[in-house]
Design a protein around this ligand. Structure first.
Ligand code: ATR
Length: 268
């Protein structure tokens, strides 16, 4: 019988996950179908139960259900625990449900692919929502010199930094110095075509800028701004989307699709 996978979220119509995973399955000769399902308000558990009871093998979870999925899982990876959120569920041999979070590792994979050196770098992350919490552990594992979180609402940055007391600090946007090598925009500002509130001085001192959001055309207002200011490299989060999908697929199927094949197909 063909194995069933899907992505849960709301909204879900524009999710690229079905296209990505269908491409992965074709390119690695895996017999599976991958669908999408809109989650009605408060119905995640019900819908996930129904999926797994009807032979579902695994699923991705996107906004706003990542916390529901975290609570739904019987066991969690260290990355899911650190993120406080789950984007991948897998039904194990013994019937239990395992929850992982591949977002942050997908980001680190893409950063490395793009030539961004995190080891020894001063890293600034703008934003202090779920996206930031999801990427802290994988970035820390790359041994940067420092990680600073800055956010419009300073208290939220402070609270997140306390999860990694001596290794991550917090700063108000207005107090940032122009000293960061790598700047990651983890706010949702680009979705509204807004800039996240970092001064030009701070931004142009960086050598690498990355926006977790992505746009069809390949640049966001933030990455455009960085390039205009002379930052050597600036990329949107499309590669992170692919990276996290590849890691989910590998968890489910034990094979890893080629990143470059996927990016060539979907960015062209
Ligand atoms: P969550 O992931 O917790 O649901 P969110 O509401 O999607 O969070 O917001 C993600 C982050 O983007 C937050 O850090 C938010 O800043 P606040 O904590 O001050 O709300 C940030 N953000 C969203 N729009 C922004 C904008 N236009 N300028 C700066 N930061 C913005």
């Amino acid at each position: 019988m063909t194995d069933k996978y899907l992505v849960f979220g709301n909204p879900i119509a524009h999710s690229m996950s079905p296209d990505l995973h269908t491409f992965f399955a074709d390119s690695t000769n895996q017999d599976l179908v991958y669908d999408r399902e809109l989650v009605e308000d408060g119905c995640f558990n019900l819908q996930a139960d129904r999926f797994f009871d009807n032979g579902g093998r695994g699923c991705n979870i996107t906004v706003p259900c990542k916390l529901d999925a975290y609570n739904y899982a019987d066991t969690l990876s260290e990355y899911a625990k650190a993120a406080g959120a789950v984007n991948t569920l897998k039904k194990m041999e013994d019937g239990t449900i395992y929850g992982d979070n591949t977002d942050g590792r997908g980001l680190v994979y893409d950063l490395k692919r793009l030539g961004c050196v995190l080891k020894g770098a001063k890293v600034l992350i703008i934003g202090a929502g779920g996206a930031t919490q999801g990427i802290l552990k994988p970035i820390l594992e790359e041994e940067p010199e420092s990680i600073t979180i800055a956010n419009r609402t300073f208290e939220k940055a402070q609270k997140l930094s306390l999860l990694y007391k001596d290794r991550v600090d917090a700063c108000a946007l207005a107090d940032l110095e122009a000293k960061y090598d790598v700047i990651i925009n983890a706010t949702s500002a680009s979705l509204k075509d807004e800039l996240p509130g970092v001064s030009d001085e701070v931004l142009k001192a960086a050598s690498f800028a990355y926006d977790l959001m992505y746009r069809k055309e390949g640049q966001t207002v933030f990455t455009k701004k960085a390039l205009d200011l002379g930052v050597a490299k600036a990329h949107d989060g499309f590669g992170m989307l692919i990276g996290q999908a590849i890691l989910s697929f590998e968890l489910w199927r034990g094979v890893k699709p080629s990143f470059e094949d996927v990016i060539r197909k979907f960015r062209s």
